[in-house]
Design a protein around this ligand. Structure first.
Ligand code: COA
Length: 465
C-alpha cells in the first residue's frame, strides 16, 4: 500500500537573534556565522513558548488548513529532544492543547508517543507511522507526525551560534498529494556514541561539535551504502555502467544543524559516490592533488581528528573539490534550495531535515521547476548516534500544496532581539507572563507549577484568540 506526506505545516517563533549582532557581542567575526556556517538569523522562543506549544501550533495549522476534524486523525506522534518530562509524553500536552479548540475528549481515540533519538527521531516516527498506514491499520485515518525542538546551548559556548527553534507537522496518509515514500529501501546505521547528549536535569547539551560533524558524515555514509544495496536489490534503481546514485536521486535533503553542514555532507557523500566511477580520475586531474588518506585509515574518529596532517590536506582537498564544475552542478541542482530556510531560522534539531525539504519545495517551485515525479533522498542524523537514509517521489498533486508556500508570510512579522533580552530569555529570567510578544491565534504556555509538591511540573497552556 502507498503511503507518504500529504501536507506539511511550519510554526516558527517570531523572535530572532541577528547573527551579526550576536557575533559582535561574542567578539567573533560575523563572517564566521554568515559565510562559514550559513547562519544569518536564529529563531528564539519567547518566555511563553516551549516545544509542546510549538508542536500544537504546527498541528492546529495543518488541521485548519485541511479542514480536518480530530476523528480523521488516528495517530499523533511528537519527536523531540527538547522534552521537559521524563515520563509524560509531549504528545499528551499537544492533545490537551488541541482539545481546547476541538473539545474535551475529541482526540480520545488517537494513539501516539513521544519519540527520542536526538535529531533523527522524527524520521523514525515518520517511518513507523508510514508502516502503520502501509499495514492497513489506519482505517482511512491520517497520522500526524510533529517534529518540534528548541536548540539551546550554553552562553559563550561554540554551539551558541547554531541555535534556533520551531516545529513542523506532517500529515501522512495512503494517497499523499506531496510525496510518496519508496518501499523497502529505508536504511539505518547505529552506534553508541557521546558526540552530543543532554543528561537528566540539564537544559543544554554537552557537545563535541567537530567530533559530531565527522560522526554524522560517517553514519550517513553507512546508511547510504545500505540504502544503495536495497535500492539495487529491489530494482528501485537500475544502475548503468559508470553511473552512481547521483544519477538516480534528483534532490538530497540533509540534516542541517546549520545551513552549511548540508554543503559539507554533500561534498563527503558525493566524493564517496564518485570515487569508484570513471569520472573520478578527471576530477582528481582537475583538483591537482590526490585524495588524502589518514595515517590510520581504520582508526577511530578521535585518531582521524588528531591526525592534523591529514585533516589539513583533507580540508584543502574538499575546498578544491567543491569548486569543481561537477560538484557545483550537483550542489546547485540538488541541494542549494534546501539550505535557504535554515539560514534565517537556525537549528531546529528534529525539524531541521524537514525544514530543508520544505525549503527545497518552495524555492524550486519559485524557480519554475516541475517537481512532479522527482525523487527526493533524505539523510537524517541524530547524535548518540544513528542515521537513516530513505527516499520518496513527488506526486502529481504536489502543486496544490506547494503553490501556497511562503516561509516569510507563514512565520509572520519577526522581531529582532537585543542582546540583553536574548540573554534574559536564554537564562529563563522571564516568567510566561513577561513574554516579549503578544500572542495571537496561537497556543501559549501560561504557567509551570514550581511550588506545590503534588503538582510540581504541571504545565498550563491556553489558546489566545
Ligand atoms: N570567515 C569565514 N568563514 C569562517 C571564518 C571567517 N572569519 N571563521 C571561521 N570560518 C569557517 C571555518 O573555516 C569553518 O568552515 P568549514 O566547516 O568549511 O571548515 C566554519 O566557519 C566553522 O568554523 P569552525 O572553526 O569549524 O567553528 P567552531 O569549531 O567554532 O564551531 C560547530 C562550529 C558547528 C562545531 C559548533 O558551532 C557546534 O558544535 N555547534 C553545535 C552542532 C550540533 O548541534 N551538532 C549536533 C549534531 S548534528
Amino acid at each position: 500500500m502507498a503511503a507518504g506526506i500529504d501536507d506539511i505545516s511550519i510554526f516558527i517563533p517570531r523572535l530572532y537573534m541577528d547573527a551579526r549582532d550576536f557575533a559582535e557581542a561574542r567578539g567573533l567575526d560575523p563572517q564566521k556565522l554568515v559565510k562559514g556556517l550559513g547562519v544569518s538569523k536564529m529563531a528564539i522562543v519567547d518566555a511563553n513558548q516551549d516545544a509542546a506549544c510549538l508542536a500544537a501550533n504546527a498541528c492546529l495549522k495543518i488541521m485548519q488548513k485541511n479542514k480536518l476534524s480530530p476523528e480523521q486523525i488516528g495517530r499523533l506522534y511528537v519527536a523531540t529532544e527538547s522534552s521537559f518530562d521524563e515520563s509524560k509524553a509531549m504528545n499528551s500536552y499537544v492533545i490537551g492543547m488541541l482539545e481546547q479548540v476541538y473539545g474535551d475528549g475529541s482526540f480520545q481515540h488517537c494513539g501516539g508517543i513521544e519519540c527520542k533519538f536526538a535529531c533523527v527521531s522524527g524520521s523514525y516516527a515518520l517511518y513507523d507511522n508510514i508502516n502503520w498506514i502501509r499495514a492497513g491499520e489506519s482505517e482511512d485515518k491520517h497520522a500526524l507526525v510533529v517534529v518540534s525542538d528548541i536548540a539551546k546551548y550554553d552562553l559563550g559556548s561554540s554551539g551558541e551560534m547554531t541555535q534556533g527553534g520551531g516545529a513542523i507537522a506532517m500529515l501522512l496518509n495512503e494517497s499523499p498529494r506531496l510525496l510518496e515514500f519508496d518501499p523497502k529501501v529505508t536504511s539505518t546505521s547505529i552506534k553508541n556514541e557521546y558526540d552530543f547528549y543532554r543528561p537528566f536535569g540539564k537544559e543544554t547539551p554537552i557537545v563535541h561539535g567537530q567530533y559530531s560533524n565527522l560522526l554524522y558524515l560517517i553514519q550517513v555514509k553507512n546508511a547510504l551504502i545500505d540504502y544503495k544495496r536495497k535500492a539495487l536489490k529491489t530494482g528501485l534503481i537500475v544502475m548503468k555502467e559508470g553511473q552512481s546514485m547521483l544519477d538516480h536521486i534528483d534532490y538530497f535533503n540533509m540534516h542541517l544543524p546549520y545551513s552549511n553542514m548540508g554543503k559539507k555532507a554533500l561534498a563527503y557523500l558525493v566524493r564517496h559516490e564518485l570515487r569508484s566511477t570513471p569520472k573520478w580520475k578527471e576530477i582528481i586531474a582537475e583538483i591537482g592533488m590526490e585524495e588524502p588518506i589518514p595515517n590510520d585509515p581504520r582508526g577511530t574518529i578521535e585518531s582521524i581528528i588528531s591526525d592534523l596532517d591529514f585533516m589539513t590536506k583533507d580540508s584543502e582537498f574538499t575546498k578544491r573539490f567543491v569548486r569543481t564544475d561537477t560538484y557545483q552542478e550537483i550542489y546547485e541542482n540538488k541541494v542549494a534550495s534546501s539550505l535557504i530556510a535554515s539560514k534565517s531560522i537556525g537549528n531546529i534539531y528534529t525539524a531541521s531535515l524537514y525544514l530543508g525539504f520544505r525549503s527545497c519545495l518552495e524555492y524550486e517551485f519559485q524557480k519554475g521547476v516541475n517537481l512532479d515525479g522527482k525523487r527526493f533522498g533524505f539523510a537524517s542524523y541524530g547524535s548518540g548516534s544513528s542515521a537513516m537514509v530513505f527516499s520518496g517521489v513527488i506526486q502529481p498533486e504536489y502543486i496544490e500544496i506547494v503553490k501556497d508556500m511562503n516561509l516569510e508570510a507563514e512565520i509572520g512579522e519577526r522581531q529582532k532581539l537585543s542582546l540583553s533580552d536574548y540573554e534574559e530569555l536564554h537564562e529563563n529570567k522571564r516568567t510566561p507572563e513577561q513574554s516579549i510578544l503578544n500572542a495571537k491565534k496561537e497556543f501559549i504556555l501560561e504557567h509551570v507549577e514550581k511550588i506545590s509538591s503534588d503538582k510540581r511540573g504541571e504545565r498550563r497552556y491556553a489558546f489566545v484568540k
